[in-house]
Write a protein that binds this ligand. Sequence first.
Ligand SMILES: Cc1ncc(COP(=O)(O)O)c(C=O)c1O
Length: 459
Amino acid sequence: MTLDLTQNDISDVVAADRAHVWHHLSQHKPYETTDPRVFVEGKGMRLWDATGKEYLDAVSGGVWTVNVGYGRESIADAVREQLVRLNYFAGAAGNVPCALFAEKLIEKMPGLSRVYFSNSGSEANEKVYKMVRQISARHHGGKKGKILYRERDYHGTTIGTLATSGQAQRAEQYGPYPDGFVMVPHCLEYRKQWDVEAYGVRAADAIEEVILHEGPDSIGALVLEPVTAGGGVIVPPEGYWQRVQEICRKHDILLHIDEVVCGLGRTGKWFGYQHYGIEPDFVTMAKGVASGYAAIACTVTTERVFDMFKDDASDPMGYFRDISTFGGCTSGPVAALENMRIIEDEGLLENTRLMGERVLKNLRELMDRHDVIGDVRGLGLFCGAELVADRDSKEPLEEKLVQAVVADCMGQGVIIGATNRSLHGLNNTLCLSPALIATAEDIDRITDAIDAALTRVMG
Ligand SMILES: Cc1ncc(COP(=O)(O)O)c(C=O)c1O
C-alpha cells in the first residue's frame, strides 16, 4: 500500500483521526466540533496539512527534532536498504549500523567511549538512573544512589524521569514518584534568586549547598540540560558550568548531560556541553540524532563507568541487566549515520551558528517595538523570547495571550512554539528551533510573523 491520497481519502483520514487517535499533549473536547490538524507532507523547512495549507516550520517537527529538514531521500534510501538486509535482532548481539554509528558518534565526543542504544529521550535518561543505582549497589554499599536534577529542566515522561522533572506542572497528578531524586535551583538570571555579580558561580554554588545538606556520600549523579529547553530556553550564565564541573569532581558525583534537545547540532556544535569545555560522565540524546526519520536514543558514557559493570565476570548480577527491545532496530542507527553525514557535508553546524545569531538579532530588534518581550535568550538555532505583562515587574504574560501569539503565527502559516503546562504561571516563553538548514529568508519570515502577531494580539 502506498499513501498517495486523493482529497476524498484525506477526508476519510481526518475522520479516522477524529474517531480514533488520542493526540499527545491535547485536550480533545474541541475536536468534537472541529478537525484536528493533520499533516500530510514535508519538504525542507515546509509542511502541508490535509487542507493543503502550507506552513514554514520554526520548531523542527514541533519538538526540536527534524534537524536536517523534511523529505531527505538519502535517509529514506539508507533506511530502506538496511531494512531489507536486516531490520532487527535484539541488542544483546551486534549489528552493522549500531557499530558504525557508535564509532562515528564517539569520534565527536572525546573522553567518552560507550554507546547504549534505546528508543526515546526518556528511556536514555532512565538508563543512566539505573546505571547510577546499580553502581551505588555494587560499588558504594548502597550509598551514592541519589540523583540531583534542576528546577525548570525536563528529562522525560515516564514515572522515573518525571521524578526528575524540574517542571512542577508536568509532574502534577502523576505521582507518587520514587524516592532518591532531589531538586537543585535553576540558573535563569532573568528571574534572579540571588543579588550578586557572578551569577553563574552563585547558581552553581546553590547546587553544592544541596549536596552538603543531603550529604555528599548520598549523591551519585547530577543531571542537567546544557541549555534548558521546555523550561524556558535557559542558557546558563557565565562561570556556571566550570563551577558545576568542579563541584561534581570535588564530591565524586557523576555528571549527566541531557542532550535530548541540544544533541546533534542544534546549538551550533555537535553537543551543547561542548560550548563549555566540560567533561561529562554520561550524555543522553534522542530527538535530533536521526531527525525523526527513525526512532533512536543513545546513552553515552566513559570507559570508567563501563568498567564498573564488567569488573567481576563471576557475579551473575554484576553487568547492566537492562534491555530495550526496539533498541535493537537497525533503522535508527542507519538513519543517524546519514543524518550525521548530511550535517557534516552541508556545513550545518556553521549555518546553525550564523542563523542562530540572526534569530537573536531579529528578536532583540523586536524588543524595541514590543514592550511585551522581556528577555531574549538562545544558543544556535535554539532561541526563546520571554513575554511579560510589565517589563519592570517582569510579571509573566498570561498563558492564553502567549498561546494567542502562537495561534496568530499559525494562521500566517508559520509554526512557532511556546512553553506549555510546564511551570505554574511561567508558561510565557516563545520557542524557536527551526531546522539547521534554515536560510536568512526563513529566519526573517519567522520573526516577521512574530512581529505581526504581537502587534495584533497586544493591540
Ligand atoms: C531535555 C529533554 N530530555 C528528555 C526528553 C524526553 O524525550 P522523549 O520524548 O523522546 O522521551 C525531552 C523531550 O522533550 C527533553 O526535552
